[in-house]
Design a protein. Structure first.
Length: 381
């Protein structure tokens, strides 16, 4: 991999490796102004752990890595042995990171929250309508020269106005998607989350009252007592849980069978939330059932048969792929690394917008293991 690395600010005192080229230039400027020598892997291939260890070498102060990499105890031991102090995931999720292993080595772990919410929710909505209105099928039909004129029965899809949208995982992204569907398309909402989202409930109630004041009917919300309740009642189901032992294969063959025959299933969270083989079989046996997937169980591979299904729309993990979001992620990752290497404390507030500006607080914006790694908390002084 020697020829696939590009070095910036070669005279920098601190060495930082970045395992993939990141969008924009501001992130690189942040690291160079923090006196970092920055080495960027320009290969599009996913690096193995051995390749990452080789890149870390004998001296490495920090790393910006990817969600496609397995940051386990062995990698963090190598980073610590090289003088490493910080690792930042170029993602908001960090199920690919052994945070405990990093904490045991007193290595701070960062992520990039707060800039993916609306972008990812938009992709969930995009997939919802692409699937409901059979956009990809119709596009292929046109490109293959099959269109001979308008027909009353050509590519009939689903109208979602007034139907019921289900959300599993009503955190930032899930609740934003819910608002898009409720407020934009007057859908009713049923959601399941281990934590009640009172703000979402208030927002839907307020919107319903607004509709009633205009004589336009109403919408309702319900917090379900179980996943199964959401499955059975939803016309559209969008998945937004974190990935852990409890949510691995949350959607199984048995649970798919609980859904309506013509339901729509959307996943922009993590691939292993769905038993992908079970989904393939279900879609084969239920041609009116439709799915839209941005993530896959064994990325970048897909389960056999998935790419042959006309009732499934698939895109390559691009839910956060807008210029603003991806550049914002790079900025936050760089500020995490530069902040820790500069001796800054960890930010302790949800609002990370100040870190996207040119004169941010002197803090690392998002360190998820600050206490365990011995990083002090920003006091504002």
């Amino acid at each position: 991999m020697e020829n696939t690395w590009k070095t910036f600010n070669s005279s920098g005192d601190k060495r930082v490796i970045v395992t993939k080229k990141l969008p924009g230039d501001k992130w690189l400027d942040i690291l160079t102004r923090a006196n970092c020598r920055v080495e960027v892997c320009t290969s599009k291939d996913i690096l193995s752990n051995e390749e990452i260890k080789s890149a870390i070498g004998e001296r490495c102060n920090g790393v910006i890595g990817q969600l496609t990499e397995d940051w386990n105890n062995s990698l963090f031991q190598s980073l610590k042995s090289a003088g490493g102090q910080v690792y930042s995931n170029y993602a908001v999720g960090y199920d690919n990171v052994s945070v405990d292993a990093a904490s045991n080595q007193n290595i701070a772990v960062g992520n990039t929250p707060g800039v993916l919410t609306e972008t990812t929710a938009e992709m969930a909505a995009t997939l919802t309508f692409a699937v409901a209105r059979r956009v990809v099928e119709a596009d292929d039909f046109m490109r293959n020269g099959n269109y001979n004129g308008w027909l009353p029965t050509l590519f009939l899809g689903h109208q979602l106005w007034g139907k019921t949208v289900g959300v599993i995982g009503a955190g930032r992204i899930g609740s934003t998607y819910a608002r898009m569907m409720v407020q934009g398309h007057q859908m009713n909402l049923i959601y399941y989350d281990i934590y009640r989202n009172q703000q979402l409930e208030k927002d839907v109630t307020a919107f319903s009252k607004y509709l009633e004041s205009r004589g336009e009917g109403s919408v309702w919300w319900k917090r379900a007592g179980s996943v199964e309740e959401v499955l059975s009642e939803s016309d559209v189901l969008s998945l937004h849980p974190v990935l852990n032992e409890k949510t691995f294969h949350l959607i199984t063959a048995e649970r798919l069978a609980m859904m309506k025959d013509d339901a729509i299933l959307i996943n922009v969270s993590r691939g292993p939330v769905i038993d992908e083989s079970a989904l393939v079989k279900h879609c084969e046996e239920h041609p009116d059932f439709r799915a839209g997937l941005d993530v896959f169980e064994d990325e970048p591979e897909m389960q056999p048969g998935l790419n042959e299904l006309e009732n499934v729309t698939i895109v390559p993990h691009i839910a956060s792929a807008t210029t603003w979001t991806r550049e914002g992620m790079a900025i936050l990752a760089a500020r995490n690394v530069a902040g820790i290497l500069s001796g800054y404390p960890a930010w302790d507030a949800e609002d990370i917008q100040p870190f996207l500006e040119d004169d941010p607080p002197q803090a690392a914006p998002s360190i998820i293991n600050a206490e365990a790694a011995g990083v002090p908390i920003y006091s504002g002084d």
